[in-house]
Write a protein that binds this ligand. Structure first.
Ligand code: PGA
Length: 251
């Protein structure tokens, strides 16, 4: 049984003060009965320290949304894994479609960042997914296979369980248009098959694969009760404590 994994991706939202207000309100909620899931808040770099401090000794991890794959050096404006770890990050989103689309992040960079995150004991949440044009051209499987294969290149089987994959169809992100639970589960089952072909059945059964794209309290239950969807990467509905909590209650 794979433990569910529910991560909020705040993107470029929330100052330190706003992050603090979120966490304080969120911590007032009772843990939903029987909830057994990894919970993560992926916050902007500037809010990492504050959020990690507020969540110290709580069962909620803090994550970042990007990092550089080099240890250190002349990379103006970049942040290293070591810097993230020091400030309290435990997870890192890699290859989000917004980074691929707007910041030219390539499959090669996604792979290097994933390798570096693993080396640094940061848990990588590696995103894959097709655009609307690719979906309409029947290319979904080809795209997720290419992106998954590239992201995992050179990573040994024993490290694969330390990675979380996220299938995020680009057309479903921030649009209110969710993939049906059946369709999302089918693509995720396909991605699990790709992992099996690259490694083996037991590795494929262990890796957690999330769905992301307009997940909210209304659709989460159905998405999370499928055979292969192991959690969610949640943007809009992760910005308000009660919305995020309502998703956790669906686990
Ligand atoms: P959304 O974003 O839930 O607002 O669609 C998901 C994501 O981009 O990770």
């Amino acid at each position: 049984m794979r433990k569910k994994f529910i991560a909020a991706n705040w993107k470029m939202n929330k100052t330190n003060a706003q992050a603090e207000a979120f966490v304080k309100e969120f911590l007032e909620f009772q843990k939903p009965a029987g909830l057994d899931a990894d919970i993560v808040l992926c916050v902007p770099f500037t809010a990492l320290g504050k959020t990690a401090e507020l969540l110290k000794n709580r069962c909620i991890m803090v994550g970042a949304q990007n990092m550089h794959f080099e240890q250190s050096g002349a990379f103006t404006g970049e942040i290293s894994a070591e810097m993230l770890l020091e400030i309290g990050a435990k997870c890192i989103i890699i290859g989000h479609s917004e980074r691929r689309q707007y910041f030219g992040e390539t499959d090669t960079a996604v792979n290097k960042k994933t390798v570096k995150a693993l080396e640094s004991s940061l848990l990588p949440i590696v995103c894959v997914g097709e655009t609307l044009a690719e979906k309409e051209s029947g290319l979904t499987e080809k795209i997720v296979k290419t992106q998954t294969t590239a992201a995992l290149s050179g990573i040994p089987a024993e490290n694969i369980e330390k990675i979380v994959l996220a299938y995020e169809p680009v057309w479903a992100i921030g649009t209110g248009r969710t993939a049906t639970a059946e369709d999302a589960n089918e693509v995720i089952r396909y991605i699990r098959g790709v992992v099996k072909s690259l490694y083996n059945e037991s590795t494929a059964q262990k890796i957690r694969i999330l769905y992301g794209g307009s997940m909210n309290a209304k659709n989460a239950k159905e998405l999370l009760s499928t055979s292969d969807i192991d959690g969610g990467l949640i943007g809009g509905a992760g910005l308000k404590p009660n919305d995020f909590y309502d998703i956790l209650r669906c686990v």
